[in-house]
Design a protein around this ligand. Structure first.
Ligand code: PGA
Length: 255
């Protein structure tokens, strides 16, 4: 199974100039560094998706950071699954804690978005994870999110979903003490696997990718991905620097 390195560029690259500088750096860093066993997915802001097609390769894909669940119509400010698909996206990040926090997205809405993504041939990257207050009861928070977000998603479609364990308290922390241990990450992965086994059976659960996100960098990626069952990482801040992002991809590719 190919490992995944997903870059979430968030609300950055403010101009065509900044975007083009990113392209140049990315191409320069990627040149000659063959990634054989991994897939890179870059998720730029929706306004840059079309231009980012320039970076697509056999193992470099694009993803959106959000979509609405409706196909088209009077939904001012929203972007539909078909739109991002037509602009070259094959993946979409859904349920990110920043969307839950700043836009009050709930599991029911995320569930609708997952359904719409799958219907349009987009692979959802579903983020789940406990926040600081839920830390004591992390298991409950994760299971509740999985349960709500995956409601009525059919067995056939589930293996197209990538589940990202992102403890909210570890996102953008830049503090090594604010990272979960390898054991904690493994426990969360096993919890997600168990949920999938119980709901969809062993065969499907085996095929579903589970990745880790939250302050991943080139120094800690070996540790957060030490668990051989971990299928990759979601990288925020460090994906904005192609040098660091490709370094992370190379480390995962060689593991
Ligand atoms: P970070 O972001 O790597 O900057 O912590 C990860 C994310 O929010 O997806």
């Amino acid at each position: 199974m190919n490992k995944l390195i997903i870059g979430n560029l968030k609300m950055n690259l403010l101009s065509a100039l900044e975007r083009d500088r990113y392209f140049n750096n990315f191409k320069q860093e990627a040149a000659g560094k063959r990634i054989k066993n991994a897939k890179i997915v870059i998720c730029p802001p929706a306004v840059h998706l079309e231009a980012f097609q320039e970076l697509k390769r056999k193992n470099v894909f694009l993803g959106a950071q959000n979509i609405f669940w409706e196909r088209s119509g009077s939904f001012t400010g929203e972007v539909s699954p078909g739109m991002v698909k037509n602009l070259g996206a094959d993946f979409v990040i859904l349920g990110h804690s920043e969307r839950r926090r700043y836009f009050c997205e709930n599991n029911q809405e995320i569930n609708l978005k997952i359904g719409a993504a799958l219907k349009n041939g987009l692979k959802p990257i579903l983020c789940v994870g406990e926040n600081e207050e839920q830390k004591e009861n992390g298991i409950l928070a994760i299971v509740e999110q999985l349960d709500g977000c995956l409601r009525k998603i059919s067995r056939v479609k589930i293996e197209d979903i990538i589940i990202c364990y992102e403890p909210v308290w570890a996102i953008s922390s830049n503090n090594p003490d604010h990272l979960p241990t390898t054991n904690e990450i493994m426990s969360a992965r096993l919890l997600i696997k168990k949920f999938l086994v119980e709901k969809y059976g062993v065969k499907i659960a085996e095929k579903t990718n589970i990745i880790y996100g939250g302050s991943v960098d080139a120094k800690n990626v070996g540790e957060v991905c030490l668990d051989p069952g971990m299928d990759g990482v979601l990288v925020g801040k460090e994906s904005l620097t192609p040098y660091e992002f490709i370094k992370i991809a190379k480390i995962i590719d060689q593991n």
